[in-house]
Design a protein around this ligand. Structure first.
Ligand code: F6P
Length: 364
């Protein structure tokens, strides 16, 4: 009788991100090329609870490397420990972690690869801790806010997109002598704002990590005018907040891993600037354009390295670990530790220091 092949599974969880397909492709090809079987789980943890998964073949992942989104589908709402089901028109929450375990066992799945940000990795870590399910993580998010890795995949693509937007805003700002703000994503961390602001040559960069003072912003705009520069470019992170003030909440999302959605600070900011200075000011919210579309070459390479490393860790029998970038090497780090804390921009970050040296105003 033919020996049962080793079997693994892969899912993508949380918000989508450029490079998910490149990781899926690398994970699946590595398993198949090593004589194993691999299931693709549909729509993140939802598919794991509902047992919607299918065996993936080479053809399923061929030609997807450069494509945005995820061929497996994703959701940031379904947490197996607090799984929502409609009963008599009402949402009822229950713990489905044992169902997840049983579904994995039913298909003979040895280890589950979770490609996700902190929400999904936390669920993966909890599954591993509470039920003994073997999990290997891959660090995804445009926000770059995961600890225990120097870089998450998707971040480089988001920064490239935001930088192009800053470039485009320059010419229109200059023509109209306006203040132009670009609001970028990043949740509670300012990585996208910092990197795209420096790459795009923004005059003012506002991060969640450095609460801003309106006087500093106005002084910078005034000083530029005195130097004959009648326009100013601001890159503002969605999590930026005034000193002594709060972040701007756009909406609450029921049932999501993280219910708060930030957004709207850019528009508030330009209205205030216009009111206080009389200079025409506008805000552009870059939004989901940062998450859609093809990954950059850097992200494709990082995704391939992460995917191969995650699958190789599974093949070696490792679990409860996450692939991570450290000094340009891919290493495996403890999943529980990686999921435990998020990573904001440290105030002594090199790029903040470099920005200050070249005269960027951080609003402080
Ligand atoms: O974590 C990625 C991210 O795009 C954040 O930058 C943003 O705050 C959030 O997701 C938006 O989430 P949603 O897709 O639920 O609107």
């Amino acid at each position: 009788m033919a020996e049962k092949k080793r079997t693994f599974a892969v899912l993508t969880g949380g918000g989508d991100c450029p490079g998910l397909n490149a990781v899926i492709s690398a994970v699946v090809k590595t398993f198949l090329n090593n004589g194993c079987e691999v299931y693709g789980i549909q729509n993140g943890f939802h598919g794991l609870v509902m047992d919607t998964m299918k065996k993936l073949e080479y053809a399923d992942v061929s030609g997807i490397l450069y494509r945005g989104g995820t061929v497996l589908g994703t959701t940031n709402r379904d947490n197996p420990f607090k799984f929502a089901e409609e009963v008599n028109g009402e949402l009822v929450y229950s713990d489905k972690s044992e169902v997840v375990k049983a579904n994995l066992e039913k298909h003979g799945i040895e280890t589950l690869v979770v490609i996700g940000g902190d929400g999904s990795l936390n669920i993966g870590a909890e599954l591993s801790r509470k039920t003994g399910v073997k999990v290997v993580g891959c660090p995804k998010t445009i926000d770059n806010d995961l600890s225990c890795t120097e870089r998450t995949f998707g971040f480089d693509t988001a920064v490239a997109m935001a930088t192009e937007a800053v470039d485009r805003l320059h010419s229109t700002a200059e023509s109209h002598h306006r203040v132009m703000a670009l609001e970028v994503m990043g949740r509670y961390a300012g990585w996208i704002a910092l990197h795209s602001g420096i790459a795009g040559g923004a005059d003012i960069i506002l991060l969640p990590e450095i609460p801003y003072k309106m006087e500093s912003i106005l002084a910078e705009i005034k000083q530029r005018r005195e130097q004959g520069k009648e326009f100013s470019i601001i890159v503002v992170a969605e999590g930026a907040k005034p000193e002594g003030g709060e972040m701007t909440v756009a909406r609450m999302v029921k049932g999501s891993f993280e219910p708060i959605r930030l957004g709207g600070v850019g528009e508030k900011l330009v209205r205030e600037i216009e009111e206080l200075t009389g200079i025409e000011s506008r805000c552009t919210v870059l939004g989901y354009l940062q998450r859609g579309g093809s990954p950059t070459a850097f992200d494709r390479i990082l995704c391939t390295r992460y995917g191969v490393a995650a699958a190789e860790a599974c093949l070696r029998g490792e679990h409860n670990v996450m692939a991570s970038l450290s000094n340009d090497n891919i290493v495996m780090v403890d999943l529980q530790r990686a999921a435990a804390a998020s990573r904001q921009v440290p105030l002594d970050n090199d790029l903040i220091k470099a920005g200050r040296q070249i005269g960027v105003c951080f609003g402080d």
